[in-house]
Design a protein around this ligand. Structure first.
Ligand code: SAM
Length: 222
C-alpha cells in the first residue's frame, strides 16, 4: 500500500491493524455483512439518492471500503454507472455487472486521489476509523465529489444517544455513532444533509437492539 501523506501520528499502524483484522474475518468467512439484506436496503437508499447524470457519460461512483465488492457491482448495474470499489484488502469476488462497469483498487481511502465523482458511498467504513481521523475522512469524501454530487454513509447507530467505542480484541475499533455527530462531521466538511434511513440489524447486544444509520449529504455550489 502506498504511504499516507500528511497523516496524523499512528495512522499507518492503525490502518495495518484494520487490514489484519478484516483479513482474518474475510479468510474465515465471517463477513456476515456481504450480501446481507441490510446491505440491500443501503443499496436501494443509495440508488434513490443518486444524482442525475450531468452529461452523456456514466455516473462515477466510489465505494469506500468495498470489501468483497458485491455492493460496488450492484450499484454499477442498478445505476448503469462506472463504479470503483476501494479497499485495504484485495478480497473482491463479485461477478461483473450486467450493465455499467465495476473495477477494484486496493488502497487506503485517504490516499485515494480524484475529483468530480457523482457518488461516494461509505457503507460501514467510517465507524472503524480512529476518532481523530473522522474530520479528515469526511473532508476527503466531500473533496472527491463534484458540485451536486452525493455522499452516503452508513454507520452503527448508537442505541443510547452517546458516541461509544467498542474495540475488538485485535485492536480494530467499532464505534457506535449518533446522527448529530455524523451530520456534524459532514456539514463541517461543507456538505448539506439530505435524507436518512434507520435499518434494524435484528441483532441484540448487551440488551440493546442495534441498527444502522444511513445518511445522505449533497455537495452544493460550484
Ligand atoms: C464492515 S466492512 C464493509 C464492506 C462493504 N462496504 C460491505 O458493506 O460489504 C468494512 C471494509 O472497510 C475496509 N476499510 C477499512 N478501513 C479502510 C480504509 N482506511 N481504506 C479503505 N478500506 C478500508 C475494510 O478492509 C473492510 O473491507
Amino acid at each position: 500500500m502506498p504511504p499516507t501523506t500528511d497523516a496524523p501520528a499512528g495512522y499507518a499502524a492503525y490502518r495495518q491493524t484494520v487490514a489484519d483484522s478484516f483479513g482474518h474475518w474475510y479468510s474465515r468467512g465471517r463477513d456476515s455483512w456481504t450480501g446481507a439484506d441490510t446491505n440491500d436496503q443501503v443499496t436501494r437508499f443509495v440508488c434513490a439518492q443518486a444524482p442525475a447524470a450531468t452529461g452523456p457519460g456514466r455516473r462515477r461512483i466510489l465505494d469506500v471500503g468495498c470489501g468483497r465488492g458485491h455492493q460496488s457491482t450492484e450499484l454499477a448495474e442498478r445505476l448503469d454507472a462506472d463504479s470503483t470499489g476501494l479497499d485495504l484488502l484485495a478480497v473482491w469476488d463479485a461477478p461483473p455487472p450486467a450493465r455499467g462497469r465495476a473495477r477494484f483498487r486496493q488502497g487506503d481511502f485517504l490516499d485515494f486521489a480524484g475529483t468530480g465523482l457523482d457518488l461516494v458511498v461509505d457503507n460501514g467504513c467510517l465507524h472503524h476509523q480512529r476518532r481523530t481521523d473522522w474530520p479528515a475522512w469526511a473532508a476527503h469524501g466531500a473533496h472527491l465529489l463534484r458540485p451536486g454530487g452525493v455522499l452516503v454513509v452508513s454507520v452503527f447507530l448508537s442505541p443510547h444517544g452517546e458516541i461509544s467505542k467498542l474495540p475488538l480484541d485485535d485492536g480494530r475499533l467499532n464505534w457506535w455513532l449518533t446522527e448529530r455527530a455524523v451530520t456534524g462531521l459532514y456539514t463541517d466538511a461543507g456538505l448539506t444533509p439530505g435524507d436518512r434511513l434507520v435499518i434494524d440489524r435484528n441483532f441484540q447486544y448487551q440488551g440493546h437492539w442495534l441498527a444502522y444509520l444511513v445518511l445522505s449529504f449533497r455537495k452544493t455550489g460550484g
